[in-house]
Design a protein around this ligand. Structure first.
Ligand SMILES: [Zn+2]
Length: 297
C-alpha cells in the first residue's frame, strides 16, 4: 500500500514536472539568433577511396584460409576526412601516390599488391577541403599502405607518436616502410605524443588514441559523432575480424605481446564508451558504409 502510494505521488510529481518542463520548452522553442549561431556543431566523418589490396597469404595474419569466413584476404584501404567546426583532420593517406594515378579511373598498382583508381587530393578538393587547407594530419602507422601521400601535407600539423616518428626516420632497411612518401613531414609542424592520447580539437569529439604493438607508435582515431554515436577507427589493430575472434596477431607486428595488451585495453574501452569499432581494411565492414560526399555526423 505504502509503496503504491509513494509511487503514485512520485508519478504525479514526475508528470507535473514534465508538464511544467513542456510549458517552459514551448516558450523557449524559438531560441534567440545568437544562441543558434553559438551552438557548436559536431564533427563530420567522410570515407574516401584510397584503393584495395590484393589477397595476401592468410599465414601473415596467423590464420588458415579455412578459418577466414569470406575465404580470402583481399582488403580495402580507405582514407578519412574529419571536418570539425574548428578545423580538419586527414586520417591515413593512401597507398599509391596521387602523382601516379591518372584521372581516367585506370587502376594503378604499387609494390605489386597496392591498387588505387582515385587520387586523394581530388577527393578532398571535391569536398571543399583541398590538401593545402587541411589543419591536422595523422596516420595510424608508418606502413606503406597508409603513407603514400604524406608529403603533400607538409603544411598541416602532423600528430604522431614519438616512437613511430623515431622508427620512420631511423637509418637502415625497415620492412613495409617507404620513407620517400613522407620525408617532407620530417620538419613539419608536429604534435609528438609519448605513448599518449590527444584530444585534437579540445572538446573530446576527435581523439587520437595510442595503440602500440602493430608498430611501436600505432594509433587509432576515436570520434564522438552527435547522430551516429561513438566510433573507433581501429587502424591496423586488426585486419581481419578473425584476428579478434580467434585471438591471432599478424606475424609482422612489431611486438605481439604489446598488440595483445593494446587489444585488451581496447575491448574495455569499447564497453565503457559503447563505441562501434571499424576494422579499416575489412571489406565487409567498409562495403555498406556511406562514402563521400555522404558523411557521418
Ligand atoms: Zn594497413
Amino acid at each position: 500500500m505504502t509503496l503504491r502510494h509513494d509511487a503514485a505521488i512520485v508519478l504525479g510529481l514526475v508528470t507535473a514536472l514534465a508538464l511544467s518542463a513542456c510549458g517552459r520548452s514551448e516558450k523557449a522553442a524559438v531560441p534567440p539568433v545568437a544562441a543558434v549561431a553559438a551552438a557548436p556543431a559536431g564533427p563530420k566523418l567522410y570515407i574516401l577511396d584510397c584503393g584495395t589490396i590484393t589477397a595476401m597469404d592468410p599465414g601473415l595474419y596467423n590464420l588458415k584460409k579455412e578459418e577466414i569466413a569470406r575465404g580470402e584476404t583481399s582488403f580495402v584501404s580507405p582514407c578519412y576526412l574529419i571536418v570539425h567546426p574548428n578545423g580538419t583532420l586527414a586520417w591515413d593517406l593512401g597507398q599509391v601516390p596521387d602523382a601516379k594515378i591518372p584521372d581516367d579511373g585506370t587502376e594503378v598498382t604499387e609494390q605489386e599488391v597496392l591498387k588505387a583508381t582515385r587520387r586523394l587530393d581530388r577527393q578532398l578538393e571535391a569536398l571543399g577541403h583541398p590538401v593545402k587547407d587541411i589543419t591536422f594530419v595523422a596516420m595510424s602507422h608508418y606502413h606503406a599502405d597508409h603513407t603514400a601521400n604524406a608529403n603533400a601535407f607538409a603544411a598541416s600539423t602532423w600528430i604522431v607518436q614519438q616512437a613511430e616518428y623515431d622508427l620512420m626516420f631511423k637509418e637502415g632497411d625497415i620492412a613495409i616502410r617507404t620513407p620517400d612518401s613522407y620525408v617532407a613531414l620530417k620538419d613539419a609542424k608536429r604534435i609528438a605524443l609519448n605513448n599518449a592520447d590527444h584530444d585534437v580539437f579540445g572538446d573530446g569529439t576527435v581523439v587520437i588514441k595510442t595503440a602500440p604493438g602493430h608498430t611501436p607508435g600505432h594509433q587509432m582515431l576515436f570520434l564522438r559523432l552527435a547522430n551516429f554515436g561513438p566510433l573507433l577507427l581501429a587502424g591496423d589493430l586488426y585486419h581481419l575480424p578473425e584476428e579478434r575472434s580467434l585471438d591471432r596477431v599478424p606475424t609482422f607486428d612489431f611486438d605481439a605481446a604489446m598488440t595483445r595488451d593494446t587489444r585488451r585495453k581496447v575491448e574495455t574501452f569499447l564497453v565503457e564508451t559503447g563505441a562501434q569499432m571499424w576494422i579499416q581494411h575489412d571489406p565487409a565492414t567498409n562495403a555498406p558504409l556511406k562514402k563521400a560526399p555522404e558523411f557521418y555526423d
